[in-house]
Design a protein around this ligand. Structure first.
Ligand code: XIL
Length: 350
């Protein structure tokens, strides 16, 4: 009998310490840690590197364990998809879509038009405004059409504004004028009537001019019945950014009555690029506060506007921030959960 009681106590102990932080605030033992970011009331995603997804088992398994949405970090950008007019390389983009489908995940398409990663053949193209519109339409409709019904939403236009709120003079702007934005959304809608269409950008958390420009654009598009369903706020922030600023950005986006996506979250800990910087326990806790506050800010807007939260990468070994050095992501270089991860879970559990 005594033996029996001891086993029950042991089992209770194991269960109570499983899946939650203990009283010291330490993270659970990784071998019994069953937590997942999928407990959020909205979709949570990672931006994925297709080569790592193909070849790195831990990377792949972390994706499967943790998220229910995927963004291709680079594979769906124009420079990767198309090397000449009407010449497409779908391998990597298809891989992401197939992987997501097999694992029951949403795919967020990123991105149809951007000022960067424009292929050489587009840079070299010469034609009048109508020829440029035709080229843009052909590209958008080919890509959106290929994944019709498989990609839940597209970042149709990425980074169309400068920080001062002026239109960025992208190749599309220079050849078509500001109307390229309306047209891009209309062409995307024609190619897939049910995918959600997003405008995506950075900087709404620090530039009032950019906040105003983006919300004016979206309100204006809506008033003219140009199809637009959401705003993506990239949120490449650093741990010194106060919650008040990113909450303001999220709330302003929500005020346009569209869906809101935290689309590229990472929290830099070394924004000044000090080559001697270290990732100390204190820094880790400060970073945790930012991750938690970001999730809370999204949770505070109306539920039907909470499209999701996507983290720009998975772990610190494979982040676009690595040249600083920096430690911006919720998993460390060995895929161990950092306090930043705990912060997200705490927000989602509330
Ligand atoms: C970045 C990728 O992370 C890098 O690998 C690539 O070299 C450049 O692009 N805003 C965006 C993303 O919308 O597409 C960018 O991704 C980061 C900034």
């Amino acid at each position: 009998m005594k033996k029996y009681l001891v086993s029950i106590f042991l089992l209770l102990f194991i269960f109570s310490s499983c899946g939650s932080s203990n009283d010291n605030g330490d993270s659970p033992d990784p071998s019994t840690d069953v937590r997942t970011l999928k407990i959020a009331p909205f979709k949570v995603g990672f931006a994925v590197d297709v080569n790592l997804l193909r070849s790195n088992t831990v990377y792949r398994q972390t994706v499967i364990n943790e998220v229910n949405s995927l963004t291709a970090e680079n594979a769906m950008k124009m420079g990767n998809l198309s090397s000449a007019r009407n010449v497409y390389n779908w391998n990597d983009a298809d891989y992401v879509v197939d992987f997501a489908t097999k694992n029951d995940m949403r795919v967020h398409g990123h991105t149809l038009l951007w000022y960067r990663d424009v292929p050489q053949w587009v840079e070299n193209f010469s034609g009048d405004r109508n020829a440029w519109i035709a080229l843009m339409k052909e590209y958008i409709q080919t890509v959106v059409g290929r994944y019709k019904g498989k990609i839940a939403a597209w970042d149709v236009v990425n980074e169309a504004f400068e920080d001062d709120g002026q239109y960025r003079k992208t190749i599309w702007y220079r050849n078509i004028g500001a109307e390229y934005i309306d047209l891009a959304f209309q062409f995307a809608r024609e190619a897939d009537s049910s995918t959600l269409l997003f405008y995506n950008d950075y900087g709404m958390e620090y530039s009032a001019a950019k906040r105003t420009a983006i919300t004016n654009l979206v309100n204006d598009m809506k008033s003219r019945n140009i199809p637009i369903d959401g705003i993506g706020l990239q949120m490449h922030i650093d741990m010194f950014r106060s919650k008040a600023y990113f909450t303001l950005a999220i709330n302003m986006a929500a005020s346009c009555n569209v869906k809101v996506h935290i689309s590229e979250l990472d929290v830099a800990t070394n924004p000044d690029k000090d080559p001697k910087a270290k990732f100390t326990a204190e820094v880790a806790l400060k970073q945790k506060t930012s991750y938690k506050a970001m999730a809370e800010a999204l949770l505070a807007i109306p539920a039907d506007q909470q499209y999701g939260l996507t983290i720009w990468g998975i772990n610190d070994a494979y982040s676009w921030l690595t040249d600083n050095p920096d430690w911006g992501l919720p998993f460390d270089k060995d895929f161990k959960k950092k306090p930043a991860y705990d912060g997200l879970i705490e927000a989602f559990n509330k």
